[in-house]
Design a protein around this ligand. Structure first.
Ligand code: FES
Length: 238
């Protein structure tokens, strides 16, 4: 059975059980997102996918599509809200895009461009966070972690390892690694893990490679994320 919702005035068919995000992506309509990946259960943590339903803002990735529902996405008010959310994500961590190896192929950076972010706007937190380079093949730069928990979900649900978890609450929330030392190199993490592929920022990066794609040839140099989409949603994709 197929039913229909209205997204920015356009009729979008969906099957019962799908979320607004599922329906939009299936129809080829981009709603910005960071913690969403169709391979994993919705998480609803980044709030970048906010859409308007009945005068309220709801997250598209966790809200069930309903027949006859009217959804607003591409309005200046909603884009402004998303922009503020992305700016908060930037100031909470240390995102030094020009020096980041993922720059140009980073989903966070691409979403920032999509929502029209020109500056961090809010005061920078400049948190003190470590870099873990203990693993032979991968490193983790906690400065770039946005707590989307995609690595947590991929490691648990796909790799069946539970290498990652989020500990603490509120501003003290942080990614932790299940190993005797707390270091990635002492964990069961492997370069072939799905968890190595899903990070939407430059927090989990392969070693022995650096700035391989010249400026102009990087993923989001070709087209904006609203056109290219989230290639990390596909197994092995980057
Ligand atoms: Fe919906 Fe993160 S993508 S809350």
């Amino acid at each position: 059975m197929s039913t229909t919702l209205s997204l920015d005035g356009r009729p979008i068919p969906f099957t019962p059980g799908q979320t607004i995000m599922d329906a939009a992506l299936a129809a080829g309509i981009y709603i910005p997102h960071l913690c969403h990946n169709p391979d994993y259960a919705p998480h609803g943590s980044c709030r970048v996918c906010m859409v308007g339903v009945g005068g309220r803002l709801v997250s598209a990735c966790t809200t069930a599509a309903l027949d006859g529902m009217t959804v607003e996405s591409n309005t200046e008010t909603i884009q402004s809200t998303r922009r503020s959310i992305v700016q908060m994500l930037f100031v909470e961590g240390n995102h030094v895009c020009p020096a980041c190896e993922r720059s140009g192929s980073c989903q966070l950076q691409a979403v920032a461009y999509y929502v029209g972010m020109l500056s961090p706007h809010f005061p920078q937190f400049f948190p003190q966070r470590p870099v873990d380079a203990s693993h032979p093949d991968f490193m983790i730069d906690f400065n770039r972690c946005i707590l989307c928990e995609l690595c947590v979900r991929a490691s648990r649900d796909h790799d069946h390892k539970r290498v990652f978890a989020v500990s603490g609450r509120g501003l003290a929330s942080h990614l932790v690694i299940d190993s005797p030392s707390g270091l990635l190199g002492d964990s069961h993490f492997a370069a072939s893990d799905r968890a190595a592929q899903v990070c939407p920022t430059g927090a989990i990066l392969p070693k022995h490679r650096g700035y391989e794609q010249p400026i102009g040839q990087r993923l989001y140099d070709q087209a904006p994320i609203s056109v290219v989409g989230d290639l990390r949603a596909q197994p092995g994709g980057e």
